[in-house]
Write a protein that binds this ligand. Sequence first.
Ligand code: GZL
Length: 354
Amino acid sequence: MKKLLVCLLAVSVLVLGACGGGKPKADPNDLTRGMDRKIVMGYSQIGAESEWRTACTNSVKAAAEEWNIELIFSDAQQKQENQLQAIRSFIQQKVDIIAFTPVVETGWEAILKECLDAKIPTICVDRSIQGSDRQAANPGDMNDPDNWFTAFIGSDMEQEGNRAAQWMINNVPNLLPGKSVYNIAELQGTVGSSAQTGRFKGFRDTLGIPSADATGTSSDGKYKIILSQTGNFTRAEGNQVMEAFMKSDGASIDVLFAHNDDMAIGAIGAIQEAGRVPGKDIVIIGIDAVKGAFEAMIAGTMNASIECNPLLGPQVMDTAVKLLTGQTVPKWVVSQESDYDQANAAEAYPSRQY
Ligand code: GZL
């Protein structure tokens, strides 16, 4: 009798499986394979302050389409309180996963712990939070910010600052020969964002300037940061701050280091207004490698841009599917990037995607 029952059970399972009973077979071409329904992702984006940000948003939206993931998108208009509100709303909507780009590094502990309590995994996109070294933390150590979020997808901002300083050291003496000291003006990004803190520190570390100091002289005495102020990553503010720099110290500035290309491009107009030649009298180094920077480098009004890749969408969606189908993901999915200047800008420009 028992044997008969076992056979009947086995046959019924086989019959059910054959006529599609139980979990539907995932379409092998469906990138959310392993999920028996559409993933719902909430994404809190900072805003639309730069070419880079727009490219990042477009990449995330396009990848959500491709991965067949339902994206609930929120634009925070540069305000952290709008991000906190959006994330709380995602929790109330019981989304499967939350992605966010923290506008600044601080103020995320409470909301991320609400996500943890709601058992909703979180992905930091592009920027990270204070105290995170983006390495796997000791499990359960809730004093470690790396346990407050699930994964970080983005660039090494400190390394971008290093790369900008290294390009300057390798190229400025040839571009402006015969000087014993090069005076630098710096346009910082949004104060307190991981992009600003990382680039600020990385640039100074390479020069041997204390990373707490806005201005200072390199350990070899050749490079001197004489001006440093935020332009909030926008062209308009980059132009305004550079106009003020040119009024106070225009004649003595040799190099402009801008934490993004949009501020560098805004500054070009202010340099021209002040009667100096951008790209020649003042060497201009930006970060992002957006199309506007390539156009300026090809025109000769800008000298270099350190790439920061905004095309993060595919990595965000791939990480979301892996997390929701029980696969392990690295704490930090690092972006791959290059450096561009007037020597390679024209060749690279046609294939640029942003
Ligand atoms: C960097 C990103 C920065 C860009 C700016 O990862 O957060 O914000 O460099 C953007 O262009 O505004």
